[in-house]
Every structure is written in structure tokens, then in C-alpha cells.
Ligand binder design. Structure first.
Ligand code: G3H
Ligand code: ZN
Length: 293
């Protein structure tokens, strides 16, 4: 079923597990994500970023395709604009039928972030779509971001931000960063801050930059209240490696077969990640959320 993120993240928040949010730029990835969810009886979120939309995966192509894959399945599947930048882009996605949008105004100062986020919640909620916002700033691993607390989310501000913007979930900065870290580097995360953020906001919290964060860290942040984990780099890398190895082994493999090989590799990766973060088996019987129209 095609749903917003609201009910699934509220359920994850109440039951202390996390849902994967996976970037996707084509049909094979969309199928891998949705079928992994169906096979694991797990909720899932499909993400596409403005850069990915611009380069390849336009909202108008992605929405009907994802709906066609998701609607017949018995698990909740949301389609979310990842790191939405402008109001124009947000509105384009809502018009195209996204069930959720993120507005990332985290590089603006506090009041401006609130103003921009509030504009988006007003319009998105009128569409029945959910809204993710970001406070503090999750930077880029290649720039060495995330290792000092200057960009981390402030607890008091988070409470005020959620209250004034009415966002449905909040991305917090606690030490992860986007993209690949240097080899053998595992980030140190601020677990105390995360526990405080959860206790103060009580709302669904989001971890960006899930790739390379380390299994132990991921399990711990779920225990402490992260309910949505964004993964892009690791999945893309895993899929590419699997396709590369297959092409080396069978250089004349049919084009469709190599696509399907990549799809299966992505699906296996996603299924094991879902088990790790506790979303597997959550929606066999107990889903009561509204479908998105
Ligand atoms: O919004 C997308 C993510 O935060 C993905 O980050 O590429 O480090 O997994 P990642
Ligand atoms: Zn992100």
C-alpha cells in the first residue's frame, strides 16, 4: 500500500524500532525496496533527492511507477522527497503525488528554518502528506563533518522547533555525515544527546548518513529512539559491486539479466538491514494507518 510516513513512524516510535529510508533512482531499485518490504512484512520509505530528480528520476516518472509497485502490496510504503530544498520543488513533488516531503532548511538560522518548514507543513498536510524537517546540520563525510558538536541538534531548540513547525518527524545531527567515510573509520555518535532529544521531543527522530555508521552504532541509536534511518551510499555501492562481479564472471550476460541481478542484490541487502533495525515482521497483522490518496 502507498502511504505517508506519519502512521508508520508513529508506530515505530511507539514500538521502538526504525524504518529504512532508501534512495532510489530507477525501477529496479524501486522493485527491490518494495519487494524486500513485502517479503519482510516491513514498512519502508523510498527517497529521492533533488539532485537525483534533476539528473535522472523525475517526480512525474517516479510517482506512477512506485505507486504501481507499492499499491498491490500488503505493507506500508512511502515515497519521500529527500532533502527538499525549495518550496517550488516541494510543491512539484506534492502535485506529482509524493506521500511525504522533507524540507531541509538546516543551513539557515533557527527562525528562518522554522519559517520555511512551517510553510511546507501547511501545504503538505493539506495534501495528506507527511513532513520531515532537519535541525542541527548533518554534513558530508568527505569534508570531515560530524565529528565536532557545533552542528549537532540542540535539545531545547528541538522542542520549540517541533512545536512551532508541526513537522511529523525530525532529522537530528548527532555525529553521522553523508557519503563514504575514509576506510576503517567509524563515527563516534553522541548517544547522550540522542537520549535527551528523545526524552524531550517524544517524536519520531531520523538519522541521516546511515552508510558506514557501523552496525553497533545503528543498533544503539535504534534503542535510543531513532525511527527512520536514511541509507544511500552503502546500498548503491553494494548493488554496483554485485553487478560488477557478475559482469566479470559473465561478460556477455543479457542486459535485462544484469539489471535483475542488481535488483536481487539490493533486495537481499535491504532485507538484512530491516532485520537489524527491527522493522521486519511489524506489518503482518497490525497496520491500521490510512492509505494515501
Ligand atoms: O538523505 C540521505 C541519506 O542521509 C543517505 O546518506 O549516503 O551516507 O547513506 P548516506
Ligand atoms: Zn540525508
Amino acid at each position: 500500500m502507498y502511504t505517508s510516513m506519519k502512521e508508520m513512524l508513529d508506530h515505530a516510535n511507539e514500538n521502538n524500532y526504525a524504518v529504512m529510508a532508501i534512495n532510489c533512482t530507477n525501477m529496479e531499485q524501486a522493485r527491490a525496496i518494495c519487494y524486500a518490504a513485502a517479503e519482510e512484512a516491513s514498512p519502508v520509505i523510498i527517497n529521492v533527492s533533488p539532485r537525483q530528480m534533476l539528473a535522472h528520476a523525475t517526480p512525474e516518472i517516479m510517482v506512477p511507477m512506485i505507486r504501481a509497485i507499492a499499491e498491490p502490496l500488503d505493507v506500508p510504503i512511502a515515497f519521500n522527497l529527500d532533502h527538499g530544498d525549495t518550496y517550488t520543488n516541494v510543491c512539484r513533488c506534492l502535485r506529482a503525488g509524493f506521500s511525504s516531503v522533507m524540507i531541509d532548511s538546516s543551513s539557515y538560522e533557527f527562525e528562518e528554518n522554522i519559517r520555511r518548514t512551517r510553510m511546507v507543513t501547511s501545504v503538505a498536510h493539506a495534501y495528506g502528506a507527511s513532513v520531515e524537517a532537519e535541525l542541527g546540520h548533518v554534513g558530508v563525510a568527505a569534508n570531515g563533518d560530524g565529528q565536532t558538536s557545533d552542528m549537532y541538534t540542540n535539545v531545547e531548540q528541538a522542542v520549540e522547533f517541533a512545536d512551532r513547525t508541526h513537522c511529523d518527524c525530525l532529522a537530528v545531527a548527532i555525529g553521522t555525515a553523508h557519503g563514504a567515510y575514509p576506510d576503517d573509520f567509524v563515527p563516534r555518535l553522541d548517544f547522550d544527546r540522542l537520549a535527551e532529544l528523545k526524552a524531550a521531543t517524544k517524536m519520531p527522530l531520523v538519522l541521516h548518513g546511515g552508510s558506514g555508521a557501523g552496525e553497533e552504532n545503528i543498533r544503539r541509536v535504534v534503542e535510543l529512539g531513532i525511527n527512520k534511518i536514511n541509507v544511500c551510499t552503502d546500498l548503491f555501492k553494494h548493488q554496483r559491486k554485485a553487478m560488477h562481479a557478475k559482469l566479470n564472471e559473465e561478460p556477455n550476460i543479457d542486459y535485462m539479466d544484469i539489471q535483475m541481478w542488481g535488483e536481487d542484490a539490493a533486495k537481499d541487502y535491504i532485507k538484512s538491514y530491516m532485520r537489524m533495525i527491527g522493522s521486519s515482521g511489524r506489518y503482518t497483522f497490525d497496520y491500521t494507518g490510512e492509505q494515501f490518496d
